[in-house]
Every structure is written in C-alpha cells, then in structure tokens.
Design a protein around this ligand. Structure first.
Ligand SMILES: NC(=O)c1ccc[n+]([C@@H]2O[C@H](COP(=O)([O-])OP(=O)(O)OC[C@H]3O[C@@H](n4cnc5c(N)ncnc54)[C@H](O)[C@@H]3O)[C@@H](O)[C@H]2O)c1
Length: 321
C-alpha cells in the first residue's frame, strides 16, 4: 500500500474545473440529505489564543464511498504579506482497510469546496440570468468564488469588487481580466460594489465589522456570504425571502451567540432543495441568502475528486507507508 502525496502545485496541475468541483459538492449535499453521511463536530485547539488555532473535521460520504479528515490552521492575527489565512492538510483513507491513501493541501481543497458549494447555491437559488456580480473581500475565497460565479453565469457583463485594502481589489481585477477575460471593476466603497448586483459573494477576513446593509441587496438577488456574518449586517437574514443553510445544527450553533440570537429559522438545507424536498428559487423577484459554515462532507468529496484525478494521471509522489 502506498501513500500519495500531492503538493499544491501537483493539485493545480490536475486542472480540475469548477464545474467538476460543483458536481462533486452537489453529490456531497445530496448524500447528506439522504442520510448517507457521517461527520464529526469541528474540534479546536488554540496554540496562540486569539492569534492562531487549528481545527479538525472528518467525514464519511456514502455512495461516493470516501472518508477523510481535514486538519486546518487559521491565523487570525496579523499576517506577513503572502501568508495565508488558512493552511493545512487533508488525509484520505481507504474505507475498507482504513489505511491512509493520500495527503494533500487543505487550503486549496477549502477554497475549491467553498466556492463549489456557493456555485451549487447559485444553481438552485440564484437568478435565472445575472448580468452583474459582486465580490467583497478579494483574497483566496474571493478568487475561487469568482470561478464559481463565472461557471454559473458565463454571460456576466460585469463583476465589481471591493476590498478594504484598495490594492488587493486592483490586483484581483487585473488577474481576473487576464485569466478569464471578464471585466472586473474595483470600487472604492462597498455599497457601490453590491447595489444592483445580481449575485453577491462576501469573503472578508474573520473579524470584519459588518458593513453591508440589507437594503443594498436588490430584488431578485442572491447573497452567498463565505464569511457568514462578517460583512452583512445580521438583519439581512430576516429580510430575505429564502434563507438556506448547509446544516441545521451548525446554524443553530450560530444562533446561540448574543449578536445572532434573533436571526430567523432557515427555510431549508441546500441538500433538501437538491433532493427536491423543498423548492429552490420560485419567483424572479425573490431575494435569497445562504449561510454555509462549510461541511467536512464537502472537503472529503472535493479531496476524493482530486485524488481520483491524481491516480488517473499518476500525479504527485508515492511514499511507502
Ligand atoms: N464558510 C466557509 O466554509 C469558509 C471556508 C473558508 C474560509 N471562510 C472564511 O472566508 C473568509 C475569507 O477567507 P480567505 O481565505 O479568502 O481570506 P483572505 O485573507 O485570503 O482574504 C480576505 C480578504 O478580505 C479583505 N478584507 C478584510 N476585511 C475587510 C473589510 N472590512 N471589507 C472588505 N474587505 C476586507 C482582506 O483585505 C483580504 O483581501 C474568512 O472569513 C474565512 O474564515 C469560510
């Protein structure tokens, strides 16, 4: 038995498309809604309280028959230029023997699966046609979520982006233009980016004080905040027509905090909508909001997709166990 090690470069070289990630993540949501997944609660350790911590998340996904664990670090204190918010590893195991079969970069898996989950939300809850998108927070998640936005809405005429660090927004816009040929316009204030946008992704760093107002989300628009209540003021949850979550239990945990104790019960889990148990978007004028804290199921199905492609292409380095 061999253990395959995939560096970040190896993973990028596999050229897995966001459409493929969305398909895998959608299957993860479906299996969860069918009761075919097992997940542990996130477990945290904080070697530098208030500055840096790590958490572990593990899951088994039936049907896909994939099992693994993500060990994710988060540095919330000030970072050196280029130092990422999230770091870590994913380990996949053979479900039969339990032997580890693959280790890969968790930061990339996280960026792929979070954007993939938002892409699935856009498919079921987003407007049928979108001409303008907004990205607030132009970091790692802003970049991967731009991919899912463009995958769902290839006809987008314009994307606006805002970051508290103006140069970050300018660099984001330049990169997007070069990579995807899409017009991305940096804005000097958040409101300008969001007002009139059909789809709004917020991906600001943990700790941002909410600064987006509910009335700025236009009729018929979808907001998919990666940063949960980082950017949007919490009353948005009560003002949208449909509030969709990835997991009721996780959402209830948010509601136990003082600031969020008044947020309403959600309309559905995304998996229930995928299964057809609850309707997704029903009217063009509906405003929808997702609150998805991220599930280990999504990490495992995404890592499994990467692993399968790596085996097919014999990518990475095989190490003796
Ligand atoms: N829900 C999930 O499953 C999930 C998964 C991964 C990351 N996240 C969260 O997503 C967020 C972004 O993660 P990332 O890895 O992209 O971080 P990052 O540090 O790469 O990017 C964050 C960007 O937000 C900008 N920013 C910070 N405060 C801002 C503000 N007030 N207004 C506008 N921009 C602001 C920063 O300048 C930076 O460019 C974090 O809050 C992270 O915890 C959530």
């Amino acid at each position: 038995m061999q253990l395959r090690y995939l560096s970040r470069k190896d993973m990028e070289a596999l050229q897995i498309s966001m459409a493929e990630v969305m398909e895998a993540v959608e299957e993860g949501f479906r299996r969860k809604a069918m009761g075919q997944t097992q997940m542990t609660a996130k477990a945290f350790v904080n070697p530098r309280p208030g500055e840096a911590g790590l958490m572990s998340l593990s899951a088994y996904v039936g049907g896909v028959d994939a099992v693994g664990i993500k060990w994710l670090g988060t540095r919330t204190a000030e970072r050196q230029p280029g130092q990422p918010l999230h770091t870590g590893l994913v380990i996949l195991n053979d479900p039969e023997t339990t032997l580890p079969i693959c280790i890969m970069d968790a930061a990339l898996v996280t960026a792929m699966r979070t954007a993939g989950a938002n892409g699935v939300a856009m498919k079921y809850l987003g407007p049928a046609r979108a001409t303008t998108g907004a990205i607030v927070g132009c970091g790692v998640e802003g970049r991967s979520n731009l991919q899912s936005m463009l995958t769902c809405y290839p006809g987008l005429a314009e994307v606006r982006c805002y970051d508290v660090v103006a140069e970050a927004a300018v660099m984001f816009a330049r990169e997007a233009q070069e990579q995807y040929g899409v017009t991305v316009t940096p804005t000097s204030e958040a409101r300008t980016a969001v007002v009139d946008a059909d789809v709004v992704v917020t991906a600001t760093s943990t700790g941002a004080t909410p600064f987006l107002k509910a009335e700025w989300l236009k009729e018929g628009a979808l907001a998919t905040p990666v940063d949960l209540w980082g950017a949007w003021e919490a009353d948005l949850a009560a003002k949208v027509d449909k509030l969709v979550v990835d997991d009721y239990g996780k959402y209830d945990a948010f509601r136990s905090s003082e600031r969020l104790k008044d947020i309403p019960k959600p309309y559905a889990e995304l998996g229930e909508i995928i299964l057809g148990e609850r309707p997704g978007r029903e009217r063009p004028e509906e405003r929808a909001l997702t609150m998805m804290g991220g599930l280990p199921v999504q990490d495992v199905v995404t890592a499994h997709l990467v692993y399968q492609r790596a085996v097919a292409l014999d990518a990475g380095v095989c190490l003796p166990l």
